[in-house]
Design a binder for this molecule. Structure first.
Ligand code: GCO
Ligand code: MG
Length: 402
């Protein structure tokens, strides 16, 4: 019988930091898992190296479900981003191995295709409305059918989601950047640029917006109502995601669809949101919510309640995660949309292969497993660099949700 012979953890910063787990079996089959937790990367690397790798060696790589239960229940300490990201990396690597052993792409192991391609959205942004409109135009010209729109609040200076270079990268400084926040200014301004986008480009594409946890339930209800004429595909993370009950109030006041879950890690974190149908899209991901095994469980619960998927896909999700996401997206019946920000050139020098983009849709790779390879030699050219996500402060100097 095949055994897990080796499990190695790589930490490198090709364009940004990624933590990657590589499992090798006694038959020489290699599987990859993403273990990146933006701004807290080394905690997961240590969890894997110091606590999970010693448990993996000698185990049967074919028993994916059993491994998941063993690592989850065996920890005693439940949930949380560090634990669930570490478990996700092991789980994803084992799915990669299973696909390679079977000679099939992972989506075939998940029941095969439910659709021909995976609808994605990308990120348009601007320092003001004019710049945002140009950026939306650029994405539409590239063939995207869904675009997220964010513009900086003028009097306040910064806000979440404004790109500086070619890719949006919030974790850009050696210590956390402190950014100003003013809720009233945002509430006054954001609906105006979303309206401007619809006015200029019409309704023939999906328009999305990320509030990024900044509002109270009542403020979010007000915002959702204000943007109803824009017919958003969704407003994302209207309030801090950990209070599931908060979404009841938002839901009662607006028909703007709601998405949340990118910072949540388990089926229990989204249980109320899904079973009370408080959201339309669940944004949990392979990497932060326990791997393919656990994310599929979340998606199945969501399907029972008419909630669709809309997984997180920012640049801090490595190409391994994105590949796994697209295999799931193409297979599950209740897929909604997939975020896709793309990756820096340096990232793609280290991670080779993966899904391909055509006409605003992603298509999974057809090679056995996940279809991504990790070039260890190339990664050595990009040593680890510590980078933090920003912190938001209100105008009175107190800390706000970023
Ligand atoms: C998104 C997210 C990201 C996160 C980032 C944090 O919707 O894509 O909100 O931009 O802020 O992934 O690591
Ligand atoms: Mg988001």
């Amino acid at each position: 019988m095949s055994r897990i012979e080796r499990a190695e953890v790589f930490v490198a910063s090709p364009g940004r930091t990624f933590v990657t787990l590589r499992i090798t079996t006694s038959d020489g089959v290699v599987g990859l898992g993403d273990a990146t937790l933006n701004g807290r990367e080394l905690a997961v690397a240590s969890y894997l190296r110091d606590h999970l790798v010693p448990l993996l060696v000698g185990k049967d790589p074919a028993r994916i479900e059993d491994m998941w239960q063993y690592l989850y229940k065996g920890a005693y300490w439940r949930r949380g981003p560090v634990t669930m990201t570490a478990i996700a990396a092991v789980d994803t690597a084992l799915w990669d191995i299973k696909g390679k052993v079977a000679g099939l792409p992972v989506y075939q192991l998940l029941g095969g295709r439910s659709r021909d391609g995976v609808l994605v959205y990308s990120h348009a942004s601007g320092r003001d409305t004019a710049e945002l409109l140009d950026d939306v135009e650029r994405f539409l010209a590239l063939g995207y059918r869904a675009v997220r729109a964010q513009a900086a609040v003028p009097e306040v200076g910064g806000t979440y989601g404004i790109r500086k270079g070619t890719l949006y990268e919030p974790a850009a400084t050696a210590l956390p950047d402190e950014q100003p926040w003013d809720t009233e200014a945002y509430l006054n301004f954001a609906p105006t640029y979303l309206e401007a986008v619809r006015e200029r480009f019409g309704f023939g594409f999906h328009l999305l917006h990320d509030v990024h946890h900044r509002l109270t339930p009542l403020e979010a209800a007000r915002f959702g109502k204000a943007v109803e004429p824009c017919r958003l595909f969704w407003m994302e993370d209207p309030t801090p995601a950990e209070n599931q009950e908060a979404f009841r109030l938002i839901r009662q006041h607006t028909t703007t669809p709601i998405a949340t879950g990118e910072v949540l890690n388990s089926i229990w974190d989204v249980q109320t949101l899904i079973t009370e149908q408080l959201i339309d899209y669940v944004r949990t991901t392979v990497v932060h919510a326990g791997g393919v095994t656990h994310l599929r469980r979340i998606f199945d619960l969501a399907a029972l309640y008419g909630v669709r998927t809309g997984s997180h896909g920012a640049t801090d999700l490595s190409p391994v995660s994105m590949a796994a996401a697209v295999h799931l997206d193409v297979a599950v019946p209740n897929f909604g949309i997939q975020e896709y920000m793309g990756h820096a050139e340096e990232t793609l020098e280290v991670f080779r292969g993966g899904p391909t983009l055509a006409d605003g849709m992603l298509h999974p790779s057809e090679v056995p497993g996940l279809g991504v390879e990790y070039d260890e030699k190339a990664a050595e050219r990009f040593p680890y660099q510590a980078r933090y996500l920003p912190v938001a402060r209100r105008l009175d100097g107190s800390v706000h949700d970023w």
